[in-house]
Unconditional design. Structure first.
Length: 182
């Protein structure tokens, strides 16, 4: 059994998690970026046994910009896929491509079926090529009801929330180091 979900990771700190200051001091300063930032979508998948499928990373880029900038693939996790999208969201074509990637890492076949728990978006349920691919490769899809995944989706609760907190903390530390150096 596998669980797949996507999240947006911002290049700019969303909010300050915790601020420590001297007792009784009413104004405590904190460095925060003044930029708006860009979100990058990351599609993650893990099994109940703790195995994971390398992520799909989707950067926002307009069609008129031809080719994949090599810098976007630099330092990516082993086996992961980096793709471009005008909206930065996964769409039906990218979902089918991710399913092929998923099948490669899970080896699901006629002899070994896999249950895949996923969110309730139409890119999953109203995607005939993806459904046919899953049928042919014995991938059983269990779709959660729409607008409930923030509470039901295991990856949202157990993985993405801590990831966002650690990322924000690292970002905050990096900003503080740069502010002290400059």
């Amino acid at each position: 059994m596998y669980n797949v979900d996507e999240t947006g990771i911002s290049t700019v700190q969303k909010s300050v998690q915790k601020i420590l200051g001297k007792k009784g001091k009413r104004q405590v300063g904190k460095v925060k970026s003044g930029e708006r930032g860009v979100n990058t979508t990351v599609v993650c998948c893990v099994s109940t046994m703790g195995n994971y499928v390398p992520p799909l990373i989707i950067f926002k880029m307009k069609k008129e910009q031809k080719g994949m900038p090599i810098a976007l693939e630099f330092g990516k996790p082993w086996g992961s896929i980096v793709r471009l999208s005008e909206t930065r969201y996964i769409h039906k074509g990218l979902f089918l491509e991710w399913l092929v990637h998923f099948q490669k890492f899970t080896n699901c076949s006629c002899k070994k079926s896999v249950l895949l728990l996923l969110g309730g978006h139409t890119k999953h349920s109203k995607n005939l090529p993806a459904l046919n691919f899953c049928r042919d490769n014995r991938t059983l899809l269990l779709q959660l009801p729409s607008h409930t995944t923030h509470q039901l989706q295991p990856l949202d609760v157990a993985f993405f929330k801590p990831l966002q907190n650690y990322f924000s903390s690292a970002e905050s530390g990096w900003l503080a180091d740069k502010a002290n150096a400059g």
